[in-house]
Design a protein around this ligand. Sequence first.
Ligand SMILES: NC(=O)c1ccc[n+]([C@@H]2O[C@H](COP(=O)([O-])OP(=O)(O)OC[C@H]3O[C@@H](n4cnc5c(N)ncnc54)[C@H](OP(=O)(O)O)[C@@H]3O)[C@@H](O)[C@H]2O)c1
Length: 331
Amino acid sequence: MNDNTCVLLKRRSEGVPVAEDFELVTRPAEQPGAGQLLCETRYLSLDPYLRGRISGRHLSGAILPGELMGGEAVCQVLESGDERFQPGDWLAAYSGWQRYPVVDADSVRTVDPGLGPVSTTLGILGMPGLTAYAGLLRLGEPKAGDTVLVSAATGPVGSMVAQIAQIKGGRAVGIAGSPDKCAWAVEQAGMAGCINYKEEDLREGVKRLCPDGVDVYFDNVGGECLQVAMENLALGARVVLCGLMAQYNTDEMPPGPNPAWVIKARATVRGMVVYDHEDLRPQFLSDASLWLKEDRIRYLEDVTEGLENAPDAFHRLMTGQNFGKALVKVS
Ligand SMILES: NC(=O)c1ccc[n+]([C@@H]2O[C@H](COP(=O)([O-])OP(=O)(O)OC[C@H]3O[C@@H](n4cnc5c(N)ncnc54)[C@H](OP(=O)(O)O)[C@@H]3O)[C@@H](O)[C@H]2O)c1
């Protein structure tokens, strides 16, 4: 039987992962039992989330030193212990960095080579593609004519976001990290423009390419890209927080609110301006006055006597010394 070449995590990466963090070993390939498949890996998917698994921060759990590196692969069946699969069949499995995995037939996803080149089942027709599709259409809610800004614009997630946005009648603008990437984004993926944030002024680029603001920002990066996109949001914009390339390689969390918590909680963050909700006032008054009468609402007032004391009272409010709604009893 063949030797199985495997890559193990040797030690937790510090900063950007380097080759020395991994170890190549050869083990005898296992035999498949009932319900199992011996496969040969054709393509292995390398995804940014694996960095999070190495540091133990990703939702799918940690990979520990000494363990096989994880990841999804597209494989062909060599020997089948399950009647649903024949040698030669294509499948995708989270079988990790190894040449000859043995996998449970129930845990794999069948791959139809008729849908596209088999490698795409790990990219645009796989997990990253679904991320783009669901993230943009379900959370970004793009409308025809919207300007959709996306970072990491030439990766499988970003490039799909941009192209789906355009298929849906939007205008996609990319942010990417090299002239070649930007050229591809415009010439091949059809984006209206692409900003090379490593060589151009990102702020100026976003203003120039999104003059009416950003209707949908699909963030794969965090950091400066998120900051600049937020500065340029159009009224009613939607922001999809998807990835954090700018911070995966650091142990220290950047200052300020961290999008990681929003992503982890699948939370919705929305801007609030009370003036937009005047239509609710009659209903609000009717409800709240009733709750007040029924003693279901309690409240506090911090009343300062005399207009002349208003400046002091204001100072107390702005330094948090008020206890309840700050009011001045003028007469
Ligand atoms: N939330 C989810 O369920 C989910 C699912 C899948 C993927 N994701 C996220 O989606 C994002 C894109 O994934 P992908 O598979 O399509 O990857 P990708 O775009 O092929 O690769 C990552 C890209 O990020 C960019 N980048 C920006 N800042 C970077 C930095 N400081 N260091 C390194 N790279 C940086 C680089 O492109 P430039 O040179 O163009 O900047 C790099 O090529 C990732 O953040 C990933 O974690 C999230």
